[in-house]
Write a protein that binds this ligand. Sequence first.
Ligand code: SF4
Length: 68
Amino acid sequence: MAKKKVWIDPDLCVGDAICVEIAPDVFYMGDDGLAHVKEGMEFTGDREDVQQAAEECPGGAIIIEEAE
Ligand code: SF4
């Protein structure tokens, strides 16, 4: 299965922490009030919780793409 990576566009994040509630092992809230992806977070195949976080993110800030 393809490796995926997830990242957050800080310009689109509104800091409501929905993603952290859905997938706390992947996302965390930084001191800047924005969500971040934990260091080195890559996963293989599908992670439904990460997918759900991306779908529910009000800013559309969570981007999932194929890792190189
Ligand atoms: S759900 Fe989206 S807008 Fe909300 S904190 Fe996470 S990345 Fe930011």
